[in-house]
Write a protein that binds this ligand. Structure first.
Ligand SMILES: Cc1cc2nc3c(=O)[nH]c(=O)nc-3n(C[C@H](O)[C@H](O)[C@H](O)COP(=O)(O)O)c2cc1C
Length: 154
C-alpha cells in the first residue's frame, strides 16, 4: 500500500476485537511515524505515552476512563497519549506550537497504522485534568490514538 492508498483507505475504527494482542513491531513503526512528523521550530514539543492493555492493564483502564469510557477505547489493545511538552511557545500566527506538533504526529501515526491494517481512532474527547493525573501534570494531552485489531469488514 502506498501513501495514496493509505489516505484513501483511512477510516476511524470503532469496532476493535477486544483482545490485548498487537505486534510490537507494528507499535514501533507507528511510533516512529509519529516521531518523524514535522514540528515547529525549536521543537518537537511532544511526548508519546504508550499504554498497552497487556502489562499495563490498570493504566489502560485509567486512560479509558479519562476518555469518557468510550467503548472502542476500552476494547483497544494499545493507547498512545500524545501530549505537548511546552505549552507556552506560540507561532507568529498566535497558535501554540505544541498543538501542531502533536496533530502532525497523530496524522502520520494514523496513516502508518492504516498501511499496517491496524485499526485506529483519533480520540479527542477526554478530561484533561483526569488524564494529566495519569500521565503527569507536566504534559498537556492533545489526543489519544486508540489502536487494535479491526473486526473484519470494518
Ligand atoms: C480532534 C479530533 C477529535 C476526535 N475525537 C474523537 C473521539 O473522542 N472519539 C471518536 O470515536 N472519534 C473521534 N474523532 C474521530 C472523528 O470522529 C472522525 O475522524 C470523523 O468522524 C471522520 O470519520 P473518519 O475518520 O472515519 O473518516 C476525532 C477526530 C479528531 C480530528
Amino acid at each position: 500500500m502506498d501513501v495514496r492508498d493509505a489516505i484513501q483507505a483511512r477510516k476511524s475504527c470503532r469496532d476493535f476485537i477486544d483482545t490485548a494482542f498487537m505486534k510490537q513491531s507494528d507499535i514501533d513503526l507507528i511510533l516512529e511515524a509519529g516521531k518523524r512528523a514535522p514540528y515547529a521550530s525549536g521543537g518537537p514539543r511532544r511526548a508519546f505515552k504508550v499504554v498497552k492493555k497487556i502489562g499495563n492493564l490498570l493504566g489502560h483502564k485509567s486512560v479509558t476512563e479519562c476518555c469518557n469510557n468510550q467503548k472502542h477505547v476500552r476494547n483497544s489493545a494499545v493507547l498512545v497519549v500524545v501530549s505537548g511538552t511546552d505549552i507556552k511557545t506560540k507561532l507568529q500566527s498566535g497558535f501554540p506550537k505544541f498543538v501542531h506538533d502533536c496533530d502532525a504526529a497523530m496524522t502520520q501515526m494514523i496513516l502508518q497504522a492504516t498501511e499496517l491494517d491496524v485499526g485506529n481512532c483519533w480520540i479527542g474527547h477526554f478530561s484533561t485534568p483526569a488524564l494529566q493525573k495519569v500521565i503527569g501534570e507536566d504534559l498537556r494531552p492533545v489526543a489519544v490514538l486508540a489502536l487494535g485489531l479491526k473486526r473484519r469488514g470494518m
